[in-house]
Design a protein around this ligand. Sequence first.
Ligand code: WCC
Ligand code: FE2
Length: 644
Amino acid sequence: LADPVAATIDTASQEMIARAQKMGIDTVFDRAVQMKPCAIGMQGICCKNCSMGPCRLPLPKGGIEGEDTRKGLCGATANTIAARNFIRMIAGGASAHSDHGRSVAEVFRSAARKETDAYQIKDVNKLLEIAPFLDVAVTVEEDGEVKDRDVDEIAVEVAEKAINEWGKPEGELLYAKRAPEALYEKWKKNGVIPRNIDREIVEIMHRTHMGVDQDYKNLIKQGTRAAIADGWGGSMLATDLQDVLFGTPYPLQSEANLGVMKEDHVNLIVHGHEPVLSEMIVAVCQKPEIVEYAKSKGAKGIQLGGICCTANEILQRHGIPSAATFLQQELAIITGACDAMVVDIQCIMQNLANVAKCFHTKLITTHPIAKMEQDNVIHIEFDEHYALEDADKIVRMAIDNFANRGAEVMIPRQKATQVAGFGVESIKYHLGGTFRGDYYTLNDNIINGRIRGIAGVVGCNNARTRHNEGHIQVVKELIKNDVIVLTTGCNGIACAMEGLLTPEAAAVHCGPGLAEVCETVGIPPVLHLGSCVDNSRILLAATEVVKAGGLGKDICDVPVAGSAPEWMSEKAISIGHYFVASGVYTVFGVTLPTSGAPVFHDYLSKELEKVYGGKWDLEVDPIKHAQLMIAHIDKKRKELGIDK
Ligand code: WCC
Ligand code: FE2
């Protein structure tokens, strides 16, 4: 990728990268050309956990013949070092998802206790649905009669039980029992049921400290326990409690790509992850007096747009358009039309501040744990107790800034229609049929072969590989071969930009079986399930498939595979690992930080399958990547005796 402009397949982004270069502003695409990654770090074999190092253990040219004698000063082997680094990535990822979940749980508790007017319990059905999994009764017996419990009471108890999951002193993660029984038993037998969410993350930091755990199998076992605590804990709780607070998503129509920004509107971009703030911004922007205020400043209205998972959160619940994927964040400012960019946590590039300096854009940080050093950045700390007031202040700041735009506005035209907002519940509704109202019809379609299998394709962009190319090629290859795709994160945004999230895409891109199903039910062949924490929806959808019967007893029996073609964040490693630990064959693109420790790599990509039924794989070529997934799906079909 020597030419930054050619480092994306998206023409809107190409225009903006070229424009940035003309203006002398560097973006991640330029920096990726100028700076090469460290080859040893990339392979996972640099240990910097003590100050005798960093110890670097490069693979000898031509590989290892005979015994691998490489070791650090303390004697740590390449396997130990790679495993330590790998599970520290899991700790980073799990902590990001789970801390996000904790914030949501705290806001949820305020709402349940009625300490705030800004947030209410919006989805009572979902509250009642999750309560039993947290050991909260939804009925009471009074005078020999079973009565429904008071909803407010249930909400408070759910909040307290949920928050307890982060730090309870004994017991095990309650949601572990939401997994298929066979999977739960596997976890139990292998000693990887999380005790509580925080503890598993802390224990990773302890075990990887100098001189503690020095057995890669034992290290990865703790990585597994923390990853399960993420997928089936912190992330799943985040998703559930967000649904209860803000509503469970249902399919809706919207748009995607930089072209959603409007020249004659105030463009307010929200970027990051936690919807507690962005929900308030959406609410404020809908207020007539705010729209009037915008008009009084010469704008036709306010155009909200999202980047990264904040985009996905407000897309799936409100139909707010997705402005950009991870790698396009600087480009949204390069349009010259971004009046304010509001960020909270995760996936926010510090260079946004430098780019914002070249334009009128106000860059606003809002979270106490995520500030920037540059002095043009404004920090407005968001306090859930004054949520609407804070959101109001931010929106007005964007509106006031509209008049300060320079002459250099240039918004790319490109945007695509998307249908998003799918979830476990709506898949049931669309693919379950009203009669049996469950996952039977989906299973029937898998059994009869119209749908060959299910793929979860998720994750980031990575500037080391062409923007969106892997995402789109992997997904197209899968649907061409009748594999239905569930997407989240930036893969969802990439697919939206490409027009793959429309029912019409089925006739163009799908094999005949999947096309028929999509056309009959009127759904896109790629179902957007939301943000990164919403990967928990994929776990639960797979669990519903198991429960509906006919496709085995565990997730690892189902013809399903996972993929992150352009991953970059530690969160992706945690997600990948909880997919593997849940029985899913999971292929990553770009690179894996394990290649310098072949024995450890083989353990992840071969041995783990014998324990959990899922395993890791790496394939850089998108078509081969998809074909590996399809081969796995076919293998599972054969094992189930449903191959034709
Ligand atoms: Ni999730 Fe990856 Fe996007 Fe960030 S928003 S870039 S972790 S996929
Ligand atoms: Fe995300």
